[in-house]
Ligand binder design. Structure first.
Ligand code: KG4
Ligand code: ZN
Length: 341
């Protein structure tokens, strides 16, 4: 089966060709540099860039896969959640292609694609459904922080989510308070490597509450108040490293402890991690360590699949199609607030 996948939910224009469970080509055009100047994604600019980049990105994905559009059997595209005008570009283009080629179109949930991306290992990624085991999954991105119990492929239920800011948003806001660039998560991660995580004690919101929910806006506020009292610290290079390490330690401790607690309660022996913040080196290291201590299997999404890409959309779209999932009607609309179904 030959499938073309399209992803335009935020600031990456991406297309991938999937052939029988393997991504034979993936092209990603990132807009990060354009939005960095504004300290966040500007929807109008994102839309303009998607419109500009969509044709060459799709053409290159097909060329790399040595496939003609006429050879495609099925299309898959991100239907939501995401920025409405950005989603619209990829979705409407996918519908037009599906109509012109007379092939079915699968509407894929972007967060669900992150959720299953730990089961797409390798370079290039391939779907490894054979080794699937029931798991507790932590999805951490710029827009989402979710704990999900996954009983079987395509069978999952949300246990908890953030009540306010997502973990990535918290990294980005803390970075902004510290005068670092956008997106701040990778920069905090880098600077934290030479800092003392115990130098400052920031809030660990909801850590001891008996639920699987998160809250990160209080942590951002505690960093802000602290910097208002001690403005000289962020300007001192050594203390900046300590501030990054201490803020990161607070975020990572909450994520790791709540994930482990939920896994034990739900009696699963496998943890998975995905989404942009899954690139964080400390989070990966600490999850690895608790999994070793507790004899759990750990499946980490590969770094290429942590950030937004069409390969994960296509590999999940193919699974949905093969399992008898309904293709969408060509007049169906985007779903910007699409919940993890
Ligand atoms: O999944 P993603 O690419 O986009 C969304 O769907 O949101 O995630 C982007 C988020 C940003 O908030 C970024 O700062 C964060 O992931 N991020 C990191 C790291 N790499 C990316 N946060 C902490 N440490 C990192 N190494
Ligand atoms: Zn994403």
């Amino acid at each position: 089966m030959r499938l073309l996948a399209i992803e335009t939910s935020c600031d990456e224009t991406s297309a991938a060709v999937i052939v029988d469970g393997g991504a034979v080509s993936t092209v990603v055009s990132s807009q990060i540099k354009i939005h960095a100047e504004y300290g966040g994604v500007v929807p109008e600019l994102a839309t303009r860039e998607h419109l500009r980049n969509f044709p060459p990105v799709v053409r290159e994905a097909l060329q790399q896969a040595e496939i003609e559009a006429d050879d495609l059997d099925v299309l898959a595209a991100t239907r939501g959640p995401g920025l409405p005008p950005a989603l619209m570009v990829g979705w409407k283009a996918a519908q037009s292609m599906a109509f012109a080629l007379d092939v079915p179109l699968m509407g894929v949930n972007h967060v669900q694609a992150h959720l299953y991306s730990p089961w797409f290992p390798g370079k290039p990624p391939v779907a490894d459904w054979e080794s699937f085991e029931p798991n507790l999954s932590l999805i951490v991105s710029g827009g989402h922080t979710l704990l999900v119990k996954v009983d079987a492929p395509l069978e999952h239920k949300i246990l908890g989510s953030t009540q306010d800011d997502a973990a990535g948003e918290c990294f980005d806001k803390v970075a902004k308070l510290l005068g670092l660039g956008y997106p701040g998560g990778p920069e905090v991660d880098r600077l934290a490597r030479e800092g003392d995580p115990a130098a400052f004690n920031f809030a660990r919101p909801m850590l001891n509450q008996p639920n699987d929910d998160f809250s990160f806006s209080g942590l951002k506020t505690s960093v802000r108040y602290f910097l208002e009292k001690h403005p000289e610290l962020a300007a001192d290079n050594a203390r900046l490293h300590d501030l990054c390490a201490s803020a990161q330690a607070a975020i990572v401790e909450v994520l790791v402890k709540k994930t482990l607690r939920a896994a034990r309660r739900e009696r699963v022996r496998c943890l998975t991690l995905s989404g942009g913040v899954a690139c964080n080196s400390e989070l990966r290291k600490q999850l690895q360590s608790v999994c070793e201590k507790n004899d759990f299997t750990l499946r980490l999404a590969s770094p290429e699949l942590c950030t937004d890409n069409a390969a994960m959309i296509g590999l999940l779209g193919e699974k949905m199609f093969k399992e008898g999932g309904e293709p969408v009607l060509l007049e169906a609309d985007i779903k910007p607030g699409m919940a993890l179904g």
